[in-house]
Design a protein around this ligand. Structure first.
Ligand code: ZN
Length: 332
């Protein structure tokens, strides 16, 4: 019951933020004056601003609830007109910039390109295939999605830490990510992950109990993977098609069992980010277009910081190096 209430609250919060973001900007006259009008659900007050140059700042101030100009003047000249695309973009950028400052980021995360019209063909990373890979059409294990776009994909594993601030941060910053969940650490609070799912995050399979899969028989591996499929279908409404073997360890039986459980992809990762450092699979110790980045749902119990600190470490480097964070499922 508690989870449902929190879920509703969180949705209400998102809806309210959206309403606030639905500010409207209309070009006023040929002298370049802009009029900014904002419709508020409660007061229906309209605010007009005259200087085009201050539009973005004014919007940012409105959206953070710290407007320096407290006296909204009644708008003149009828109802606000629809926002033109450039103004809409500026308003959204101002909102994101304000959120980035609030969460202590060095700079505003970059907006990812539109999802590819044609999905890339995903093949196993060289050396990561198993016997029978192609003949049996087994799920590919890969660390990077083939793309030339400067995007990386954020994946977060296990599910031990359930930090509400993390959910707020990611939703305010609109950073997409994918969660790989293991039942033994999420079963005490499925509601947290339902809230995550309601924010558009895809929840994927990371086994029931997080074992070292190659040490298990085929049947045992199948029980771990199919068992988690059943849990996820029951708790989250659908069985995933994406699975990550614990520790990134697998053998032929793992991929065969995964396929039997309905899995199509087995992404692992090229970089791993922690609160205070990064680790790299490749010798060049760099991000590459399409890289999959791993981190974990961990907090102060395990790490020298929170999920929010971890995300700051992730986003600051990614943005500094000119990468946007894209949604993995958009490329699969
Ligand atoms: Zn794990």
């Amino acid at each position: 019951m508690r989870a449902v209430v929190q879920n509703d609250k969180s949705r209400a919060w998102v809806a309210k933020a959206d309403d606030r973001g639905r500010a409207r900007v209309a070009k006023a006259d040929d002298r370049g004056r802009a009029r900014v009008a904002k419709t508020d659900d409660r007061s229906r007050a309209r605010i007009a601003k005259t200087a085009a140059a201050t539009t973005a700042l004014a919007l940012a101030a409105l959206l953070t609830g710290c407007a320096g100009d407290p006296a909204p003047a009644p708008a003149q000249g009828g109802p606000a007109r629809p926002l033109d695309p450039r103004a809409r973009q500026a308003a959204e950028h101002a909102r994101l910039a304000a959120a980035a400052r609030r969460w202590g980021l060095e700079r505003t995360p970059l907006t990812p390109p539109a999802p590819p019209a044609e999905k890339p063909r995903i093949t196993p990373r060289d050396g990561f295939e198993v016997d029978g890979q192609e003949e049996e059409n087994l799920p590919p294990v890969f660390t990077t999605v083939p793309t030339r776009q400067k995007v990386v994909f954020l994946t977060i594993d296990d599910g031990a830490e359930k930090d509400p601030a993390f959910l707020r941060m990611m939703s305010e910053l609109k950073v997409p990510y994918t969660a790989f969940l293991s039942n033994y650490v999420i079963e005490d609070d499925y509601g947290y992950f339902r809230r995550m799912q309601a924010q558009g995050v895809t929840l994927n399979n990371h086994t029931l109990t997080h074992p070292y899969l190659p040490g298990l028989s085929y049947e045992e591996q199948r029980d771990e993977i199919c068992g988690m499929q059943t849990v996820m279908k029951k708790q989250f409404g659908k069985a995933p098609t994406v699975f990550r073997p614990p520790y990134g360890n697998y053998n032929g039986d793992t991929l065969r069992a995964a396929k039997e459980c309905g899995i199509k992809y087995a992404p692992i990762w090229d970089e791993e980010v922690f609160v205070d450092h990064w680790e790299y699979r490749d010798w060049d110790r760099r991000l590459h277009p399409g890289d999959i980045v791993l981190t974990h749902f961990r907090g102060r119990d395990d790490w020298n910081g929170t999920m929010v600190d971890d995300m700051r470490n992730f986003l600051d480097k990614v943005t500094r190096e000119g990468y946007a964070v894209a949604r993995l499922e958009d490329y699969l």
